[in-house]
Design a protein around this ligand. Sequence first.
Ligand code: DQA
Length: 145
Amino acid sequence: MSHTILLLSGPNLNLLGDREPEVYGAGTLDDHVAAASAAAGRHGMAVEHHQSNEEGVLIDHIHRARGRCAAIVINPGAFTHYAWAIHDALAAFDGPVVELHLSNPNAREPWRHTSVVSPAATGTIAGFGAHGYELAVEAVARLLA
Ligand code: DQA
């Protein structure tokens, strides 16, 4: 069985650390990937990470994970709220899918209250800031155990 967790980061997350730190924290995306990788390592797993500002690139990564990766953790950024094609790609993936957000979108503007990704996810972790990356990997490890 594969021990690879595909971690996907959507648009604008490459700016973490610099972008609205009062909302998203001071940590960079590299910091979060390192935390996820360390957590995965504790469970004998590895993280493969990709960030893109383009929906189609994220979809291609989801397709390539089919039959190859054990699970997907995805922070789709603003694609969360309208990218049905990401929903459909995730629905075609066989393993656990964790939707991850640094902030709690349900506590923010009304347009963030809808996630089109959630119906294709096993579960969602939101609002725990940087700690969410470790929590997401812990959830995956538990789901695969
Ligand atoms: C986000 C929440 C989204 O609403 C927003 O568009 C993002 C980041 C989060 O991690 O809190 O880009 O996914």
